[in-house]
Design a protein around this ligand. Structure first.
Ligand code: ADP
Ligand code: MG
Length: 238
C-alpha cells in the first residue's frame, strides 16, 4: 500500500519560504507527476516525502500514519536517482543488491530479489558487468532495479531521465510506465518536462513557486486549465 497525504506542508530554508503550504492526496497505486519550472520546489517536496528533509510545519501521512518521526528507511519509499548515482566499481548485481546487503538480508533472499528485478528490467545478461560497460538506458534500469528489490510502498523519481538523450528518454518513459502497470505500486515522478508529464501521469500536480497551481488528469489540465500559468505551461490552447 502506498497512499500518501500532505496536510499544509511547509518548508523554509532560512527566511525563504520554498514551500509555503501544500495539501495533496496521492492514492495507492497512482502514477503522479510533479511538474513545474526549475526552482519551483519539486525536489524539495519529494525530499520532504522521502524524509530526507524535515518539514517546517504540516503533516505527511503514509497509509494514514504520521511520518513526523519516521526516518527515511522507516517510510518504506525508494528514491530513484539519475543513473550516475551507481557505484562504478561494483557489478550490476552488487549495485542492485547493495541496499539489501546494508539491510542485512540473507544471501538467498538477495539472490532471489536481484534475479527477479533483473528479469523485470531485462538485465539478466548484464549482472556481471560494471556500469561503465552498459548503455545509458541499461544504467538507468540498474538504478530502478535498486529501488525494486526494496519492495517499496512507493517509488520516488527525481528527473531520472534528464541525463539521457532524447530518443532514449522516450524509450525509458515507456519502460517506467510499463513497470508501473506491472508492479501497480504508487509512483511519484518529478520532471520539468511537460511532455513527460502529459504522457506518463495518471495525475499531474502543477507547481509554481512552491504552490500547487492545479491537480488533475492530463486531459483535464489540457482542456480545463485552472489559470494562465497552467495553460501556458501545459501548452493548452486556452
Ligand atoms: P526544483 O527541483 O523544482 O528545481 P528545488 O526543490 O531544488 O526546485 O528548489 C526550490 C528552491 O529551494 C530553490 O530556490 C532552491 O534554491 C531552494 N533550495 C533547495 N534546497 C535548498 C537548501 N538546502 N538550502 C537553501 N535553499 C534551497
Ligand atoms: Mg529538482
Amino acid at each position: 500500500m502506498g497512499a500518501i497525504r500532505l496536510e499544509n506542508v511547509r518548508k523554509t530554508f532560512g527566511n525563504i519560504d520554498v514551500i509555503p503550504g501544500v495539501d495533496l492526496e496521492i492514492n495507492d497505486g497512482e502514477f503522479v507527476v510533479f511538474v513545474g519550472p526549475s526552482g519551483c520546489g519539486k525536489s524539495t517536496l519529494l525530499r520532504l516525502i522521502a524524509g530526507l528533509e524535515d518539514v517546517t510545519s504540516g503533516k505527511i501521512m503514509i497509509n494514514d500514519v504520521d511520518m513526523a518521526d519516521a526516518s527515511p528507511a522507516k517510510r518504506g519509499l525508494s528514491m530513484v536517482f539519475q543513473s550516475y548515482a551507481l557505484y562504478p566499481h561494483m557489478t550490476v548485481y552488487n549495485n542492485i543488491a547493495f541496499g539489501l546487503k546494508m539491510a542485512g538480508e540473507s544471501k538467498a533472499v538477495i539472490e532471489e530479489k536481484v534475479r527477479n528485478a533483473a528479469k523485470i528490467l531485462n538485465l539478466t545478461d548484464y549482472l556481471d558487468r560494471r556500469p561503465g560497460a552498459l548503455s545509458g538506458g541499461q544504467r538507468q534500469r540498474v538504478a530502478i532495479g535498486r529501488a525494486i528489490v526494496r519492495n517499496p510502498a512507493a517509488f520516488l523519481f527525481d528527473e531520472p531521465l534528464s541525463n539521457l538523450d532524447a530518443a532514449l528518454r522516450v524509450n525509458m518513459r515507456l519502460e517506467i510506465t510499463g513497470l508501473h502497470q506491472e508492479l501497480k505500486t504508487t509512483m511519484i515522478y518529478v520532471t520539468h518536462d511537460q511532455v513527460e508529464a502529459m504522457t506518463m501521469a495518471d495525475k499531474i500536480v502543477v507547481l509554481q513557486a512552491g504552490r500547487v497551481e492545479q491537480v488533475g488528469k492530463p486531459m483535464e489540465l489540457y482542456t480545463n486549465p485552472a489559470n494562465k500559468f497552467v495553460a501556458g505551461f501545459i501548452g493548452s490552447p486556452k
